[in-house]
Design a protein around this ligand. Structure first.
Ligand code: SF4
Length: 306
């Protein structure tokens, strides 16, 4: 089900977010990547034939020429990008790599959002040629703050920003067209930080700054003034700001079991479709809501068709 009634907008690409796993080696206190019944054995990423079936359904339904897709009444797009997210998708790096290969053979461009803790030289060398965009979540350059936020593994290891910068340089050497996006969740433990030097060094195409969602926890909540101060401090950088009201019903999202899902304001949880490979993408997509206006507000429109 679609909401809103804007004129048709022409987009470079339509983005589908597939959260391939709920598992993560970090434990961010604000993490909202939790699904109904955690069960890794039901995650499709471990089953290449079923993953291929899922991606085939998506490829057909979100094909640019498929006028039976209700989105085509609101949006025209030139290509379709499948974004691998989590949890932490690189916990299953080999499954992700083989699935990405199939996704590209099916005609998707592919991106990934990762906490980058498992990235190393060998992995970025394999990954970079397959990706059009790499998204990395970084909340702080300070190890103590990262540990307090929960951005560390069970051994207390945090992401080294120097290693991250090195891996990104390697990725760009291998794939000069690799776009970089950084995501930062502003919360009570980092709202006063100045991340200018890091962002300048990494030089992302976009730095997405999200305000922590109080639906998950209130203890890291920040005020409007604190969020604004963070934004003002970094105003010279390529910021893309996402307040929590902007986020609902604005992503096309698939859960680890291959179901569309969407934020549900009534239950403050998620609403799920039937599994896409059981009922087909068209029927499953009709079972969740998407706000096309909020979707379009997120992704740049390149022209207004009418
Ligand atoms: S890195 Fe991402 S998926 Fe992992 S705990 Fe943090 S927010 Fe959740």
């Amino acid at each position: 089900m679609l909401t809103n009634s804007s004129p048709i907008s022409v987009q470079d690409e339509l983005v589908i977010n597939w959260h391939i796993t709920e598992a993560c080696n970090f434990a961010c206190r604000y993490c909202y990547a939790k699904w109904e019944k955690p069960d890794a054995s039901r995650e499709l990423i471990h089953d290449l034939p079923r993953s291929t079936q899922l991606m085939g359904e998506l490829r057909t339904f979100f094909a640019t020429a498929n006028l039976t897709n209700p989105l085509s009444q609101k949006i025209q797009w030139r290509s379709t990008r499948l974004n691998f997210a989590g949890g932490e998708p690189l916990l299953y790096d080999q499954q992700a790599l083989r699935t990405i290969k199939v996704a590209r053979e099916l005609g998707f461009s592919v991106s990934m959002i990762t906490n980058a803790s498992r990235l190393n030289t060998d992995l970025i060398r394999e990954l970079a040629p397959q990706l059009s965009l790499l998204g990395v979540s970084v909340d702080s350059t300070n190890a103590t703050r990262n540990r307090k936020i929960g951005r560390c593994d069970k051994q207390g290891q945090v992401l080294s920003v120097n290693t991250l910068a090195k891996n990104i340089r390697t990725g760009r050497e291998i794939n000069p067209d690799l776009r970089l996006k950084i995501n930062t969740v502003v919360n009570a433990l980092n709202f006063d930080e100045d991340m200018t030097d890091l962002i300048r060094e990494l030089d992302p195409e976009k730095w997405k700054v999200l305000r922590m969602l109080p639906t998950v926890t209130n203890d890291l909540n920040i005020s409007d003034a604190q969020f604004s101060a963070f934004i003002d401090r970094h105003a010279s950088l390529p910021l893309s700001i996402e307040d929590n009201v902007d986020m609902t019903k604005s992503y096309i999202m698939i859960d680890p079991q291959g179901r569309f899902f969407q934020n549900d304001a009534d239950t403050r949880g998620y609403r799920y479709s039937h599994p896409i490979i059981d009922v087909g993408a068209e029927q499953a997509f009709s079972q969740v809501s998407l706000s096309t206006d909020r979707y379009l507000a997120r992704y740049r429109s390149i022209a207004v068709a009418k």
